[in-house]
Design a protein around this ligand. Sequence first.
Ligand SMILES: Cc1cc2nc3c(=O)[nH]c(=O)nc-3n(C[C@H](O)[C@H](O)[C@H](O)COP(=O)(O)O)c2cc1C
Length: 202
Amino acid sequence: MKFVALSGSHRTDSESSKVAHWLIDHLKGKGHEGSVIDLGKADIPLWSTDAWDQDSELSAFMKPFLKQVDEADALILVSPEWAGMVPGALKNFLLYVSGHVAAYKPTLIVGVSSGRGGIYPVNELRVSSYKNTRLSFIPDNLIVQVCETVMNDHDMDGANADDKEIKKRSAHVLNVLVAYAKALKPMREENDLIHPDYPFGV
Ligand SMILES: Cc1cc2nc3c(=O)[nH]c(=O)nc-3n(C[C@H](O)[C@H](O)[C@H](O)COP(=O)(O)O)c2cc1C
């Protein structure tokens, strides 16, 4: 199976990027393919109506990113908690994902916090980010707390109790995501789920 993780932090060396890479590297270790789109490095412009013009510079710029999403069997959205919110870069990226590229793909949400937060971005994404994207959020999510002290390597014994627990939980939740990826791939391939008259989920 093929996975893409979106790291939603604007910061160039973010903890969210570290977590996204940890999750993708873990999946690769289990024989899957994967890549990370790091929104702290990708420098993606704010969405504009040029995105609706296939010949625009903006569409050409976005093409490789959207191709990555299109080719994925499942997605992982990693969002830091910033002022109790999802950073604008991640919401901006999701505006481009409208249409079919991510439709009905199982998606894991991961909240990241340097403290004991991380739930707000999970809730925000679940409430507001699936209508046009048709992302299919799986019931499980991950909350990576005290993020600087965890997931800094792949030793499953853990550097401390938090590290051991989040690695164990991550491995389990990724197993769940793989199961959804396998189950929903034929569902998308065998059914005509995209109707041109109904592009917007309502
Ligand atoms: C603008 C800003 C706002 C933040 N607000 C919160 C917050 O509301 N709750 C929280 O737990 N952490 C907050 N943090 C700390 C992040 O949890 C911390 O930076 C962590 O490393 C995840 O962000 P990163 O992926 O950008 O590294 C905030 C950080 C920034 C830069």
